[in-house]
Design a protein around this ligand. Structure first.
Ligand SMILES: [Zn+2]
Ligand SMILES: [Zn+2]
Length: 176
């Protein structure tokens, strides 16, 4: 997922390149995205390279209700302008204080004129992970009292709690 942009940066504004990503892996710190596939388009602008990409990946997350490890398919549409560290003829230099185009390392073309997409795509994929992931939309979760997985087993705890107070007392009497 490294792209050498020397050729494109030396080309005229409006020139473009493209490449595909086929079944790669992004593994940085605790984040692991597998089966990364997609299509990347690079367009030379007056300031750098506009990258547009559509990329998919798989990741394993714990279900927020039953804690089962579950595979999630993620899909990003990425668009960001990358600015080179090196000077190229015809490129407008960007001032550090132009806040709308921060010289963010993640969106830079490094001193070897290479773009590393792994960190950029990682951040985009992370933002696509649901805040409360579910193994299935109607996951019943774990019983708060006995911790049984209610998708697989059944316990009386919930039933008792859902009953009105008078019935709960009656039910406890039955059990005892
Ligand atoms: Zn679940
Ligand atoms: Zn229970």
């Amino acid at each position: 997922m490294h792209y050498n942009a020397s050729g494109l940066l030396s080309d005229r504004a409006g020139a473009s390149r493209e490449f595909t990503i086929d079944n790669e892996t992004i593994s940085i710190e605790d984040d692991r995205f597998t089966n990364v596939c997609g299509h990347v388009e690079l367009l030379k602008t007056g300031r750098g390279i506009l990258v547009q990409a559509e990329v998919t990946a798989s990741t394993i997350e714990e279900c927020s209700r039953c804690l089962k490890e579950t595979n999630f398919e993620l899909n990003i549409e990425f668009e960001e302008e990358f600015h080179p560290v090196n000077k190229f003829p015809g490129l407008v230099e960007i001032e550090d204080d132009e806040s709308q185009f921060p010289l963010d390392f993640d969106y830079g073309v490094d001193e070897n004129n290479t773009i590393d997409f792994k960190e950029s795509f990682r951040q985009a994929f992370v933002s696509e992970i649901p805040i409360a992931p579910l193994c299935k939309p109607d996951c019943k979760g774990l019983c708060a009292k006995c911790s049984i997985d209610l998708n697989i087993e059944y316990c009386d705890c919930v039933e008792i709690e859902e009953l009105p107070q008078w019935a709960q007392s009656l039910k406890s009497l039955e059990i005892n």
